[in-house]
Design a protein around this ligand. Structure first.
Ligand SMILES: NC(=O)c1ccc[n+]([C@@H]2O[C@H](COP(=O)([O-])OP(=O)(O)OC[C@H]3O[C@@H](n4cnc5c(N)ncnc54)[C@H](OP(=O)(O)O)[C@@H]3O)[C@@H](O)[C@H]2O)c1
Length: 264
């Protein structure tokens, strides 16, 4: 059985880029997303995998702990092992609104999906990794590398203010703290936790604001002056999930063309 990955929101955008890359690298991937199984996309992914058994799809919401249970159990039943969780699924606020006006409904929705969801899915994933592996102390010798990996997809909005989508910024700043918390708690369990922080990536999420970001790139303030691609984020995830950085945890990896670098 190849190494297995759970990729939330792996059916579209950045998540689809991550799914494709992991399949190319030999992983088995299970996707969680709210839409009914997209047979065209799944057909392409199965072809890429060269083995139907390496692609799974669970319809459900990352905001619902009952769906976490179904999602994790489905992978364990099918594959009997868990190696990687990529907490990618996320939403922007349905409407961008000045924080002097924005309401609690959007705040609760965005925080529920972007922060509460991955926080508790990580808990469920880690519980199951520990159960499947048994106590580390019972192993004949310490594992050579990480027992499992968690990668959280946050955003440059974790540290960069947009006053018309405060809920989104707060959710991603929270993901930054969740990364630190889980990195500290899961290190003794042999699990490493990383945060990938994209800048502006061309997906459905940013399709409505292309003019704004075209102007940002044309303005010269971003060192690598182009839109990011899902494959750019997928490359970072693939490296962090490869086990090649076993003495690092809680790290933030920017995928933003250098946008986070303060410039004068
Ligand atoms: N695009 C950017 O510029 C950018 C920049 C920084 C960070 N990010 C982050 O990167 C991640 C992916 O963004 P994207 O640009 O690829 O967005 P996207 O194109 O809108 O895709 C969002 C993905 O999340 C899934 N999703 C949404 N709500 C869900 C829920 N409740 N439960 C499970 N899955 C759900 C969607 O699938 P369904 O529709 O089927 O549910 C879809 O696969 C997000 O966390 C986002 O905040 C994006």
């Amino acid at each position: 059985m190849p190494a297995t990955a759970l990729v939330t929101g792996g059916n579209r955008g950045i998540g689809l880029g991550i799914t494709r890359r992991l399949l190319q690298d030999g992983w088995a991937v299970s996707i969680l997303a709210t839409r009914p199984a997209p047979e065209d996309v799944l057909g392409e992914l199965r072809e890429l995998a060269g083995d139907e058994a390496r692609v799974r799809y669970v319809q459900g919401s990352v905001a619902e702990p009952v769906d976490h249970e179904r999602y994790v159990q489905d992978a364990v039943d099918a594959w009997g092992r868990l190696d990687l969780l990529v907490n990618n699924a996320g939403v922007a606020p349905s409407v961008r609104a000045d924080i002097l006006e924005a309401g609690t409904e959007s705040f609760d929705r965005v925080l529920g999906i972007n922060l509460r969801g991955p926080y508790f899915l990580t808990q469920r994933f880690a519980q199951e990794v520990i159960r499947l592996r048994g106590p580390l102390s019972a192993l004949p010798e310490p594992p050579a590398g990480p027992v499992a990996t968690v990668v959280n997809v946050s955003s440059i909005s974790a540290t960069t203010v947009s006053v018309n989508r405060g809920d989104y910024c707060i959710s991603k700043a929270g993901v930054g703290m969740a990364t630190q918390l889980w990195a500290a708690r899961l290190a003794p369990e042999g699990v490493v936790v990383y945060e990938v922080r994209p800048g502006v990536i061309a997906t459905d999420m940013t399709a409505g604001v292309t003019e704004k970001y075209d102007a940002v790139f044309a303005g010269g303030s971003v060192p690598i002056a182009r839109w990011g691609r899902p494959s750019d984020v997928a490359g970072a995830v693939a490296i962090l999930a490869s086990g090649q950085t076993p003495y690092s945890t809680g790290e933030v990896f920017h995928v933003d063309g250098g946008m986070h670098i303060p410039t004068l």
